[in-house]
Design a protein around this ligand. Structure first.
Ligand SMILES: Nc1nc2c(ncn2[C@@H]2O[C@H](COP(=O)(O)OP(=O)(O)OP(=O)(O)O)[C@@H](O)[C@H]2O)c(=O)[nH]1
Length: 245
């Protein structure tokens, strides 16, 4: 986040430093023409100041613009184009980082994977655009029910993952329940005024001693399928396969 925000500042600074090249370059030319530098500076103080300030402002503005565009394209590269959530590539990188950090600092880490129930029926009955609307609405409500430190991503067509740093299994189950309940209350109105609602099934897993990313993800995914197999609209926990709701 800090890096994203600071890019325009970095480029503006680089532009400003680069800008000093114009008066310095001109001064060098004058020196090579056997003109006394000090006399030159005294005689043309205004011109050199104007050159310095003018080019600094112009290069800094240009640098800011370049940095701003770089930030935007960096942000787009890690976002899912439909829902605006993080994409699977970003999520995989964050998962590795968070698992390493959790092991290093001995702090808890939990993962929730969830999938929309009977989503195919929406596409089949109401069309793909209606399905897209549901994906967007469910993404928004899930995000509203998370803390800013929690990382939510769309990791498949109608599959999502939430990474919860510093979060114990108990807290992750509460969060999963909160998302499940919030999603079940969402009503999406299609273009032809049909109202659709959907439930989700969720799997929860917390990082265990000596475990790696693949194993954590696999356990959360297995729990998700347990939730599906036990009737959907449920939260299942990997460690002891508890089913809530
Ligand atoms: N509208 C829309 N549909 C998508 C998108 N990505 C994937 N899908 C659809 O999501 C559906 C997933 O269907 P299934 O894997 O059978 O899952 P399901 O119908 O939700 O059934 P369960 O998961 O078993 O409850 C498929 O029909 C895909 O075409 C998307 O971006 N937009």
């Amino acid at each position: 986040m800090f890096n994203q925000l600071s890019k325009p500042f970095i480029r503006a600074f680089q532009g400003a430093v680069l800008a000093t090249g114009a008066p310095l370059g001109w001064l060098l030319i004058r020196y090579l023409q056997d003109i006394e530098i000090w006399t030159e500076l005294v005689e043309y103080t205004g011109v050199y100041l104007y050159m310095l300030v003018g080019t600094t402002v112009a290069f800094a503005c240009f640098g800011w613009y370049v940095g701003h565009n770089e930030s935007l394209s960096d942000e787009l590269a890690i976002r899912d184009h439909l829902t605006g959530l993080y994409n699977v590539r970003y999520f995989q990188n964050r998962l590795v980082e968070e698992v390493n950090s959790s092991k290093r600092h001995q702090i808890p880490l939990s993962l929730i994977i969830y999938d929309i129930d009977h989503f195919k029926q929406i596409n089949d009955h109401y069309g793909h655009p209606a399905g897209d609307k549901v994906l967007i609405a469910i993404s928004e409500i899930a995000q509203k029910n998370l803390r800013s430190s929690e990382v939510i991503a769309r990791v498949g067509g109608e599959e999502f993952a939430v990474l919860l740093p510093f979060c114990t299994e108990e807290h992750a189950i509460q969060t999963a329940e909160r998302i499940r309940e919030a999603v079940s209350k969402v009503i999406v109105t299609t273009d032809n005024q049909t109202q659709i609602s959907r439930t989700i099934s969720l799997g929860v897993a917390s990082l265990q001693q000596g475990e790696n990313c693949d194993s954590l993800y696999r356990r959360a995914d297995t729990a998700l399928y347990e939730a599906k197999n036990s009737g959907r609209d449920k939260v299942a926990v990997s460690s002891d396969s508890k089913i809530s709701n």
